[in-house]
Design a protein around this ligand. Structure first.
Ligand SMILES: Cc1cc2nc3c(=O)[nH]c(=O)nc-3n(C[C@H](O)[C@H](O)[C@H](O)COP(=O)(O)O)c2cc1C
Length: 213
């Protein structure tokens, strides 16, 4: 059966740089034979984690909102591509809401020591982040967050694509190297015959001028 690759866009800007890079990565996953789906958090109601700690007893989040359906799709996925714009040196607020709600999965794994899935599967994740400035420091926070988040949700952190210097809506279409890298990494992520990497493959590209800092 084909692998299921789920791409999650956490940018508020429809058709923006995050979306375009994500769609390219999903096209790459399709080339590798995966069933690839795009999901945007725009318009979804995902409340912040309330830190009620109920999940430490049950492994479930008791807030009933759109997170529940998103989590089900995330757990179904064999490959997850998580895409975010850089907002103040970190992931978008929409991204962080989803990340924090996954505390219930962290609890299941580390507090209750329960498996996340009925049957263990080879699950892998990739992050795409894009920022408008030329600083490369802005990806430090994303890297660390993804390391711990992918672990909590039971995915091997397989790849990162970091693009700086791209600010205007959809401006990334002018940067063929960024789009090509997204497609290649998406294809590699969904190639079932490649072993999971020990360390995430990281591609950092300046969309505009050479990166500084
Ligand atoms: C609230 C906000 C905060 C931002 N913070 C940063 C930042 O810290 N560093 C940066 O390089 N770009 C920053 N940007 C620019 C965006 O990362 C950039 O425009 C990106 O291309 C947006 O992606 P999108 O088109 O998918 O929304 C910020 C933009 C907004 C709206």
């Amino acid at each position: 059966m084909a692998l299921y690759a789920l791409g999650i866009s956490t940018s508020p800007r429809e058709g923006g740089n995050t979306d375009l890079l994500l769609r390219e990565a999903l096209a790459g996953a399709r080339e590798a034979g995966a069933r690839a789906e795009y999901l945007s958090l725009r318009g979804l109601a995902i409340a912040p984690c309330s830190e009620c700690n109920a999940c430490a007893r049950t492994g479930l989040c008791r807030i009933e909102d759109d997170y529940q359906a998103v989590m089900a799709r995330m757990l179904e996925a064999d490959r997850l591509i998580f895409a975010t714009p850089i907002f103040f040196m970190a992931v978008s607020a929409q991204a962080k809401l989803l990340i924090d709600r996954c505390q219930c999965l962290w609890s299941r794994k580390y507090v209750l020591k329960q498996p996340l899935l009925a049957e263990p599967r080879d699950r892998r994740g990739m992050v795409i982040a894009v920022g408008g400035s030329k600083s490369r420091k802005m990806f430090q926070c994303v890297r660390l967050t993804m390391k711990y988040w992918f672990d909590a949700i039971g995915c091997v952190y397989a790849a990162s694509l970091f693009i700086n210097g791209v600010d205007g809506r959809g401006e990334v279409v002018k940067h063929g190297a960024a789009l090509a890298a997204a497609r290649r990494l998406g294809r590699a992520l969904a190639s079932a015959d490649l072993p999971p990497p020990k360390e995430p493959e990281t591609v950092e590209l300046p969309g505009g001028e050479p990166a500084a800092g």
